[in-house]
Design a protein around this ligand. Sequence first.
Ligand code: GTP
Length: 421
Amino acid sequence: MQATLFSTNQLGFSTIFIVIAENCRGYSTEEAVGRTPAILSSGQHDKDFYQRMWATLNEQKYWQGKMWNKRKNGKIYADWLTISAVTADDGHITHYVGTFSDITSNPESSAEIHRLAYYDSLTHLPNRRMLFDRLRQALAASSRNKHYGALLFLDLDNFKTLNDTYGHSIGDLLLVEIAQRLTANVREGDTEARLGGDEFVLMLENLSENTQEAVIQAGLIGEKIRDTVALPYIVQGLELWCTASIGVSLFYGHESSVDDLLKHSDFAMYHAKNEGRNGIRFFDPEMQATLVERSALESDLRHALERGQLRLYYQIQVNNERRAIGAEALLRWVHPERGLILPEQFIPLAEKTGLIVPIGLWVLQTACAQLRDWSTNPATSSLLLALNASALELRQPDFVEQVRQALSTTGINPALLKIEL
Ligand SMILES: Nc1nc2c(ncn2[C@@H]2O[C@H](COP(=O)(O)OP(=O)(O)OP(=O)(O)O)[C@@H](O)[C@H]2O)c(=O)[nH]1
C-alpha cells in the first residue's frame, strides 16, 4: 500500500504536498508540491460527492472514504482518503492534512475499476472501449462462422431541446430508460453500448449467412428498436417522447476494420437524420435498396388480404391408378405490379410482421369453403385437402377455436382437412 501525505490551506490549496513514495501516482515531488490534490481528480465523482465531503469535514473536522482518482498517465485507480481539519485555538480551520492510500489491488476495487473502465456510469451499458473489444471478437467469430453481423448506430433526435426544456437530470433519467429498452429488445449475446451523450450502438451477431437475409434481419431489428424507443416515457411524472435516427452497417469477417464500421454506421445515421429523423438508413446503397424494397413489399402485404390479392391454388394429388385422392392448397400473392409472388418471397415477411396470423386464418377459411364446394359434387366430395400452417399460427391461443369455427361454419367433414406444419 502506497501512502501519500498532503496538507492544504483553508481553501483546499496545497501548501505542502509531501510525497512519501518516490513517485506519487506518476507525479514527481517537484510536480506535486504547490499543486492541489485536484490534479488527481478522475471526474468520476459528482458535485454532490464533494459537497458532502466538505460539509462533513467542516462540521466533524474529519472525513474518510474511497475516492476514484487518476494517475498522471490517465489510468483510474482507487484511493482511500483520510482528511483531518486542523484548527487554531479559537476553533477556526487553518488547514487540512490527509493521506491517500492506494487500495486498487483490493478485490472489490479491482472489480469496480473494471466496471469504470468498461461500462458507462450513467446507464451501466458497455462503453466505447468494451464495444470495440466485443466488436473485434465479433469480427473474428464472423470470419470463422461466415455469418453476418450488424452495427446499428442510434442518435436520439433533438435531445438538446429535451434537455433544455426539462433539465439535464431528466435527460439523464431518460437516457437510463432508453438504455433499458434497448437491452430488453435485443437477443442475449448482442451488445448494446452507450458511446456517450445521446449516442448508442447495438451490435448484432449471428445474422444470416446470406446478404439479403442479413439486411432484412438487421432492418427488422432496427425498425423494432426505432418503434420501441419512440413509445412514450414516464419520467418523474412527466410524459416524454423521444425518437432515434439509426444508421446500419453490416460486417462479414474482417472485411472492414472496427473503426471503419463505426464510421460507416455513423455516416448512415446522419443520412437518417437528414431524411427527417426517426428513420433507418443502411450505409451500403444496395442494402438500403433491399430495405426499401422490403418495406414497400411489407406495406403492400398489409393490404393484400383486404384487396383480394391472395389466392389459393389447388394441386391435385393422385394415387397409383391416377385417380384424384386429394389436393394441396398453395398460396400465391397476385401483386398488381410485381405479378405472381411465391410464398418463399412473402411468407418470411408475413411471419416476421405477424401478418401470417390473419393470412393463415384466411387460408383456413378459404380452404374450408373449397371443401364445402367440393362436397356437393360426387367427383370431388371425398378429396382430402392439405394446407400449411406456420408455427406462429399454431402458437396462437385461439388457433384450435378458429379451426373449429371454420369447420362448423362450412359444415365440412373434418376428416377431409389436413393441416401440415
Ligand atoms: N442529460 C444528458 N444530456 C447529455 C449527456 N451527454 C450529452 N448530452 C446532451 O445531449 C445533447 C446531444 O445533442 P446532439 O445530438 O448534438 O443534437 P440533438 O439535439 O440531439 O439534435 P439531432 O442529433 O440533430 O437530432 C446535447 O445537448 C448534450 O449536451 C448526458 O450525459 N446527459
